[in-house]
Every structure is written in structure tokens, then in C-alpha cells.
Ligand binder design. Structure first.
Ligand SMILES: Cc1ncc(COP(=O)(O)O)c(C=O)c1O
Length: 361
């Protein structure tokens, strides 16, 4: 008989855990993991390919451990007067978050977030040996400064994870809530801005709060607005001292020469890479309006996806859409499903398929 996981001498605190498992299926319309479904423009892809080809010539050597050029690129891209010594990067923002938890959480420490939130936060917390503590949200998954600060002050966590805007709900996180949570905490406050580029123009990023707040971190990713999920590049901005802490836990040379070259080249084309954002935001708003017209209840979203409730049987609706070639996400919230805003065609395919089901309750 083949050995089973339970039979292995695995760490006790990992027993019974389930791995991150968004279904990956080769369906024509995949709107389930909040990717940017617009392909990288051809001239940019060609330029990235050239940069990777050049890096390949030296691939017999280890890469720049400090990924200096890439950090300079991120500092320029983010603006806000940031310099390269305030930037860190990893293979996706998941790795960047893992570095943070390795350095600041772990055994005997707690990580706090307002549920429902990004499903990787509890997983990363536990896999790094820490304890996840879930706080509560108010009506429609919103948070007020008073409630958020009171919950954080009571829980006294070592790390707070704030998702702005929040996945899987899309809920905006007002800047005064972030300020209040920081003031109420003594630990590290991570603001995960994975979807920030989809927020209304002119909205304030938590990056503006960084000066004078040495326990605050703002993480971002190239996986969403930047259309670069397959390259696995995430990054953060924080005080240089905090960045030094991350050097203690990262694996040497964790960002490959090919990743660094590809990401730096993509960053040089930032405006082109981000060109689809306006279209995606338009499709997101179209999804919300159409869902409401169909009798569902979409939640306000500042991201590239929409959570909607009023689904009588989410598993059945998910399956019926699957059979029509449309993959969306059942994130386990009662009577709810989540869909990513795709291209106009993909979005139409989803809305048409859903309309043909008539499963709103
Ligand atoms: C809120 C949030 N943070 C971080 C990530 C991780 O993204 P990546 O590791 O691709 O950068 C995701 C991915 O869906 C996310 O939703």
C-alpha cells in the first residue's frame, strides 16, 4: 500500500491542514484566481525575452543576491520618495509574506487578520509555526477604525495582516482604519495591497503612511494589475531596518537571475503592462451591475473581482458554470461565489452562462 501523509512523522501542527487548492482546470474561461487575463503585449514580451536571453548567458553564476537593479526599479515605480533599501522582493507576494512571518511571527506568536480574508494568511501563519487569530468585520465585510483598533488592542498580536482591498470580498479598507490599527498595535502591521491598482484613481495608498511608522509594511505584487502572475514576483516597501530582518530568513539567491531580468524588463514597460487596468475595472463594474439586475447581491469591490451573494446553491452553480466552460471560485462563504473580471469576451461568457442558469434566490 502507498504510504499516506498521516503515516509520516510530519510536524504535529501541520497534521490535518489542507494545502492551498484553487482548482486549476483547462477551461476556456478561467476567472477563478484573480489573474489579469489580458496577455502581455507582444512588443513587451519580446523585450522581456531579450532580457532573459542576456541573463541566460551568465546563468552558470549565482544571481545578484540583493537583486539591486530590480529593487531600484520597484522604488522608482512606487514613487513616494522610496529608495532601493526600503524595497524587498520575492517569488510572488506569498513568498514576501512568508519572509515577514518567518522573521516576525513563528512559534509562540500570533498573527491577526479580519475574516474573511486571503486564505493564505492562516496557512502561511501555521506553516511558519505561528497561531492565526481571526477578527470580525461589520456589515458587508466593512471595518471601522474604532472596531478594528479595539479588536487589535484586545488581541495584542505580533503581526496584523490588513488586506487592502480585501480578498475575497473586494472591500475597500479606508486609510484611517490602517492608521488606527497601527496606533493600537505594538507588532508589525502588514498592509497587503495586491489589488491596489484597481482602486479608484487618486485613492491613498498605505505607502503614504510609511514615514515614521517603522513597524509598517506595504506589500504589492506583479501578479494582478501587472499581468505577470506566471513569473512569480511580489515586493514590499518598509523601513530599511525591517528589510534587514528579512535577509535573515530568505534563502540565499532566492530570486533567480531569470526572474530578476524578466521583472526588471517588465517594469521598464510599466504603463503598457498596466494598460488593461481601466478595461478590467470597467468589466468589474459591468459584472456588479449585471449581477444586481439578475437578482444577485454583489459586494462593493475595489479589486479585479466581485464577490456576490444570493446564490441558492453555490456548489451547484459553480458546477453548472464549469460545465459551460466557465471557471469561477467557490470560496466557502454561504450562498456566495467570487468571479474575476476578465476581458470583455470572458466577462460576457460568464454573465451569459450565469443568466442562462437563473439560480439567484
Ligand atoms: C490578497 C492577496 N495577497 C497576495 C496574493 C499572492 O499573490 P502572488 O503570490 O501571486 O504575488 C494574492 C493572490 O491571489 C492575494 O489575493
Amino acid at each position: 500500500m502507498r504510504p499516506r501523509l498521516e503515516d509520516l512523522p510530519i510536524r504535529d501542527d501541520l497534521r490535518g491542514m489542507t494545502p492551498y487548492g484553487a482548482p486549476q482546470a483547462p477551461l476556456p474561461v478561467a476567472l477563478n484566481v484573480n489573474e489579469n487575463t489580458h496577455p502581455v503585449p507582444k512588443d513587451v514580451a519580446d523585450d522581456i525575452l531579450d532580457a532573459v536571453a542576456i541573463a541566460l548567458r551568465d546563468v552558470n553564476r549565482y544571481p545578484d543576491r540583493e537583486f539591486t537593479l530590480l529593487r531600484e526599479g520597484f522604488a522608482d515605480y512606487l514613487g513616494h520618495g522610496l529608495s532601493a533599501d526600503q524595497i524587498w522582493a520575492g517569488n510572488g507576494s506569498n513568498e514576501v509574506l512568508q519572509h515577514l512571518l518567518q522573521a516576525f511571527a513563528g512559534p509562540g506568536r500570533t498573527v491577526f487578520g479580519f475574516a474573511p480574508t486571503y486564505s493564505m494568511y492562516p496557512l502561511l501563519t501555521r506553516s511558519t509555526g505561528g497561531t492565526w487569530v481571526a477578527g470580525e468585520r461589520g456589515v458587508d465585510f466593512t471595518l471601522t477604525a474604532e472596531s478594528a483598533a479595539a479588536q487589535v488592542a484586545a488581541a495584542r498580536p505580533d503581526v496584523v495582516m490588513l488586506c487592502a482591498p480585501n480578498n475575497p470580498t473586494g472591500t475597500p479598507l479606508p486609510i484611517d482604519v490602517i492608521e488606527a490599527v497601527y496606533a493600537a498595535s505594538e507588532g508589525i502591521v502588514i498592509v497587503d495591497e495586491a489589488y491596489f491598482e484597481f482602486a479608484p484613481a487618486g485613492e491613498r495608498s498605505a505607502l503614504t503612511l510609511l514615514p515614521g511608522r517603522e513597524r509598517m509594511v506595504v506589500s504589492r505584487t506583479m501578479s494582478k494589475a501587472f499581468a505577470f502572475a506566471g513569473a512569480r514576483v511580489g515586493y514590499l516597501a518598509a523601513d530599511p531596518a525591517l528589510i534587514d530582518a528579512l535577509r535573515l530568513v530568505r534563502l540565499p539567491y532566492h530570486l533567480s537571475a531569470l526572474t530578476q531580468a524578466a521583472a526588471s524588463a517588465a517594469l521598464r514597460h510599466a504603463p503598457t503592462m498596466l494598460a488593461a487596468v481601466a478595461d478590467i475595472v470597467g468589466q468589474r463594474d459591468r459584472i456588479s451591475a449585471t449581477l444586481a439586475a439578475l437578482g444577485y447581491r454583489p459586494y462593493e469591490s475595489w479589486s479585479n473581482f466581485v464577490l456576490f451573494s444570493g446564490v441558492e446553491d453555490p456548489a451547484a452553480t459553480w458546477q453548472a458554470l464549469y460545465e459551460r466552460g466557465v471557471l469561477i471560485r467557490d470560496i466557502g462563504l454561504p450562498r456566495s461565489l467570487r468571479v474575476t473580471a476578465g476581458t470583455e469576451e470572458e466577462t460576457s461568457a460568464f454573465l451569459d452562462a450565469l443568466a442562462s442558469l437563473d439560480s439567484a434566490s
